[in-house]
Design a protein. Sequence first.
Length: 184
Amino acid sequence: MRADAVRRLGRGAAGAGVVVTLAVAGWLVWLLPGPQMAAVFGFGPVDGVVSVHKCYEATDAEGYATGTDCTGWYTPRRSGEEQGREIVLDTAGDTYRFGTDVEVRTARGRAYELSGSAVFNFSTATGLLLVPFLTLASWLFSCARHGRVEDGELYFLAAMAGLLAAIVLGAVAGMAVGIGTFIF
């Protein structure tokens, strides 16, 4: 009788762990790469136009190339928004010449447009963020379903394969978008 109660308690705790793990994963995706991904993929109307001043090869904190960034003057599309200002067009789709107008969406003080490098950056970041949480949630679900602590070796291997798949799928998506924006 007592072992059965402990097993039910363990199942409930593992089930609650699944829900909490998935909630934390969703919250982190919404918090970290979510707004930028929404801007890159074009959810919502265009926020405004950037008149490009200059473009340059951007680097991350370690000095690795992250794509082309452009600086320019941002003019909002809707009246009543803040006045125009200097802005960075993050991971631009092309190296634009001075004075080129680019329709953009904004997120966290930067401008974004659909580009292959932006899709690669943000979809890979999302995948790398989600894979560990989804692996943990699936392990907890298996523990809850069987009523005992499951061996985690296969889940670890699945996580490693998932991380590699996130990078590969991000690269494929980025290349597809890059080719599509080049053709159209």
